[in-house]
Write a protein that binds this ligand. Structure first.
Ligand code: ATP
Ligand code: MG
Length: 156
């Protein structure tokens, strides 16, 4: 099915907004609407985005979370960015591994199973996309999901 990523993001944001507000965090969406269509499974992409947003809520104590939808000639991309506790550089290569959880003390404090991101990565790749992470300990984290843009006219 053809899915409008702006709509997928709207749905995901709606589902996580209350959790963010309960924690005193702002959740802002900045969406370049209209032409970010991709061919894939909308519900799965929504699941991935919810996952990233929930991680951001869980691992952020103050500030906020933003989600951006934008595109270039070649790619459509979604970025989820937070002002949370961040991830140390040496741990970054492992965050998509199954059951990997950064730092044991942190895991006890925050709960979770360490499966979320490994599933997210699988789902994104099944849709032909890629996922990247950038982070700075104590400053925040951003995850980017990127899909190749379809050829013009492909969506007739
Ligand atoms: P689950 O999602 O299965 O409930 P989880 O959140 O611990 O558990 P993942 O979502 O796979 O597992 O994330 C792996 C680890 O990466 C987390 O334990 C956490 O330490 C770190 N992490 C993920 N997202 C963020 C983020 N936005 N900010 C800081 N650390 C993060
Ligand atoms: Mg998680």
């Amino acid at each position: 099915e053809w899915v409008d990523l702006a709509e997928v993001i709207d749905n995901a944001v709606q589902k996580v907004d209350l959790k963010a507000r309960d924690k005193g965090l702002t959740l802002t969406a900045s969406l370049n609407r209209g032409s970010a269509w991709i061919y894939g499974d909308g519900l799965r992409i929504e699941q991935v985005i919810i996952n990233l947003l929930e991680n951001s809520v869980r691992y952020t104590e103050q500030g906020g979370i933003s989600i951006t939808l934008d595109q270039t000639d070649r790619f459509v991309y979604v970025i989820v960015q937070d002002t949370g506790i961040g991830i140390a550089e040496e741990e970054l290569p492992y965050v998509f591994d199954r059951f990997y959880r950064v730092e044991k003390s942190r895991s006890r404090q925050y709960g979770g199973t360490g499966l979320g991101l490994s599933i997210a990565k699988k789902l994104v790749e099944l849709q032909g996309g890629e996922i990247f992470v950038r982070s700075k300990l104590g400053e925040g984290t951003s995850f980017e999901i990127r899909f190749q843009r379809e050829e013009e006219g492909g969506m007739a």
